[in-house]
Write a protein that binds this ligand. Structure first.
Ligand SMILES: N[C@@H](CCC(=O)N[C@@H](CS)C(=O)NCC(=O)O)C(=O)O
Length: 216
């Protein structure tokens, strides 16, 4: 098994997951800025053209960050990052879906259509005039989440879980890429600092982050 890895918040989600689990998987770095992930060799492995991809020993390639984490969680249940019971696992999945659909996806699209336009204009269909509205939608989702997490330490409850990771990585990336973190959302800000202080989170930043000025 090996991981096709790169700079970026989604690959970073996977790196945080691996560090939190204590899993060591060999990695090959793909040049995401140069567009290696959009070339034929990579597309044959992951037709979505996005990072990361997990290559299994039987020749299977797995894509979609959360699907990869869930696969690894089934192979290595300890320590549990989804939950200990069916109810806890369902709650973690519920929060992942809510935060990806209501916050993360809006932020990623807004980035591609504005601050990241030069990188993405030839990769995907871009809608620049939608960028500001998408940024507003993401802020609306964050304000909604801020009220919902009042009184608890993590997104899915009182335990750190997979639900904390993709939301953290998108916010940490976007705060330097045209979508600053609103520190007026006090519950989100406290949660963001709490997650950001975890050793696995600090150790997960890709070496290219320094030169790019974005954290991923
Ligand atoms: N839904 C995918 C999204 C992956 C994604 O968008 N990855 C970004 C890096 S964070 C990427 O590859 N961007 C470069 C590109 O799309 O060409 C997942 O969850 O893995």
């Amino acid at each position: 098994m090996h991981l096709l890895n790169s700079f970026g918040p989604n690959p970073r989600t996977l790196r945080i997951y691996l560090l939190e689990k204590g899993l060591d998987i060999p990695m090959t770095d793909i040049d995401i800025i140069g567009g290696e992930n959009r070339e034929a060799d990579y597309l044959a492995k992951n037709p979505g053209g996005a990072m990361p991809t997990l290559a299994l020993d039987d020749g299977t390639y797995l894509a979609e960050t959360i699907a990869i984490c869930e696969y690894l969680e089934e192979c290595h249940p300890q320590p549990p990052l989804l939950g200990n019971t069916p109810e806890e696992r369902a709650k973690t999945r519920m929060w992942i879906r809510r935060t990806e659909l209501n916050i993360g996806e809006h932020m990623y699209h807004a980035f591609r259509y504005s601050d990241g336009y030069a990188l993405f204009e030839k990769r995907v269909y871009c809608i620049p005039h939608a960028a500001d509205d998408l940024k507003r939608k993401a802020q609306d989702g964050l304000a909604w989440l801020d009220t919902l997490i009042a009184g608890r330490d993590y997104i899915a409850g009182d335990r750190f879980s997979l639900a904390d990771i993709p939301l953290f990585t998108v916010l940490d990336f976007m705060k330097d890429a045209g979508q600053p973190l609103d520190r007026g959302l006090a519950n989100i800000a406290a949660w963001f600092d709490r997650v950001g202080a975890r050793p696995a989170v600090q150790a997960s930043v890709h070496p290219q982050a320094a030169e790019l000025g974005w954290i991923g």
